[in-house]
Write a protein that binds this ligand. Structure first.
Ligand code: URA
Length: 438
């Protein structure tokens, strides 16, 4: 077997065998296959596509290229939740405690923010004292004792994905169904949960802009997860505009805490309850997704979800008083406001641009090695469809570097459009795939 033949087969539109796919994944991870041959194969896959069967073997090989987490010492059906990436997406901070307070064990590995999307690990690290690195035994012990733990993803999980993703990023081969499916699912399968709830984003702030392509991605991931023996459900949800009103690390922790106290924005509350309901259902604690959602609503209304959030923060070394006293969270030194230039309705708030603006304020990073300003970010005062008067506040930009805040505000202003008539608003949750087969 050699790489030339593998590249040639795919270039000509042929199907790769399980052995050929394993040869590539193993060789590239170990360093015996050079970047130029891996790049050529990725481009051939991008252009000629892979079948579901090839995608399954690619995912399987990538999953086995690193450590496999063993959660068998934790009783119950362990449920993971994953979002394909968004702006203002703090749903893990809300849905996971709601599901955990209903008895679903959540053992989650999360990422850091990169580019215009945020990451749960950065958000949690804005809580004073919170630790996102933990010994595996302590991680398992916390899930058994508290019902949930969230740690940073280690390089040892699906090691091939780290190398392949970095290469896709610089060879324009990211937006491919098989490559995205294998990248996400190899990490999820290696992380060891019995059930996986996926939030597949569509819209201007997502990899898949069209609802049809997001639904196809969701369908592929659900089929693959199911074939791999995990209960898998996917919700296809809107990412045309940011979720909620807060974008940026400590600002999003405040909004998550508000939501768990029952006073969060409507969109973030709706999506978090839906995802928590799916987690409860996938965990076998509710007979239907609707019953799961009703349990999540009760956990929200009774304060059990908020209580679990505080317990979880404390268990990971964080100061849980920060969930009530926001002055304990990082505060920005500078703020800058932007205002509407005319009367009308907010026609749209482009998620990608708000994500970029937040990155400019210092809340996000350009390169993996960069640090972040945990207090930086944006508070949106208007969202799509809201009526607006000339001179009214659209958004406030925060940070500790005045130049960065200014740059963020300039980018953020371009994210808003104002129309004369109220625009049509799309449903936040477009489709749920996979629940019917559980
Ligand atoms: N997230 C991932 O982890 N991988 C992709 O390919 C896309 C989104």
């Amino acid at each position: 077997m050699n790489m030339y033949d593998i590249i040639y087969t795919k270039r000509e539109g042929g199907a790769l065998s399980r052995e050929e796919i394993e040869y590539f994944v193993k060789g590239y991870t170990e360093g015996s296959i050079p970047d130029y041959q891996a790049s050529a194969l990725l481009m051939a896959i991008f252009l000629q596509k892979m079948s579901k069967e090839e995608t399954f073997w690619l995912t399987d090989a990538m999953m086995r290229s690193g450590d496999l987490v063993d959660l068998s010492s934790v009783p119950g059906v362990k449920v993971d939740k994953h979002s394909t990436g968004g702006v203002g997406d703090k749903t893990t901070l809300i849905a996971a405690p709601l599901a955990a307070s209903c008895g679903v064990p959540v053992a989650k590995m999360s990422g850091r923010g990169l580019g215009f999307t945020g990451g749960t690990v950065d958000k949690l690290e804005s809580i004073p004292g919170f630790r996102t690195a933990m010994e595996p035994e302590d991680f398992l012990e916390q899930v058994r004792r508290v019902g949930m733990a969230v740690i940073g993803q280690t390089a040892h999980i699906a090691a091939a994905d780290k190398k392949i993703y970095a290469l896709r990023d610089v060879t324009a081969t990211v937006e491919n169904l098989s490559l995205i499916t294998s990248s996400i699912m190899s990490k999820k399968l290696a992380s060891g949960s019995d059930a996986i709830v996926l939030d597949v984003k569509c819209g201007k702030g997502a990899f898949m802009e069209e609802p049809e392509s997001a639904a196809e991605l969701a369908q592929w991931m659900v089929e693959l997860g199911t074939k791999a023996g995990r209960k898998t459900i996917a919700a296809v949800t809107d990412m045309d505009q940011p979720l909620g009103r807060a974008v940026g690390n400590s600002l999003e922790v405040m909004e998550a805490a508000d939501t768990l106290k029952g006073c969060g924005p409507a969109d973030i509350t709706e999506l978090s309850l839906k995802l928590a309901g799916l987690m409860i259902f996938a965990g076998g604690l509710a007979g239907t997704a609707e019953e799961g959602e009703r349990m999540a609503v009760r956990a929200l209304e009774s304060g059990a979800g908020f209580g679990k959030f505080c317990e979880f923060i404390g268990a990971q070394g964080g100061d849980s008083r920060a969930a009530s006293d926001y002055s304990l969270l990082p505060q920005a030194e500078y703020a800058r406001e932007i205002y509407a230039e005319k009367d009308g309705f907010i026609g749209g708030v482009e998620a990608r641009r708000i994500g970029l603006a937040s990155q400019h304020t210092g809340a996000g990073r350009e390169k993996k090695e960069d640090g972040v300003d945990l207090a930086a970010g944006i508070l949106l005062n208007k969202k799509k469809g809201d009526p607006v008067k000339k001179g009214e506040l659209l958004a406030t930009f925060f940070g500790n570097d005045p130049e960065k805040v200014k740059k963020g505000a300039a980018e953020g202003a371009a994210a808003f459009s104002i129309s004369r008539t109220r625009p049509e608003t799309e449903p936040l949750i477009r489709q749920v795939i996979g629940a019917e087969v559980l």
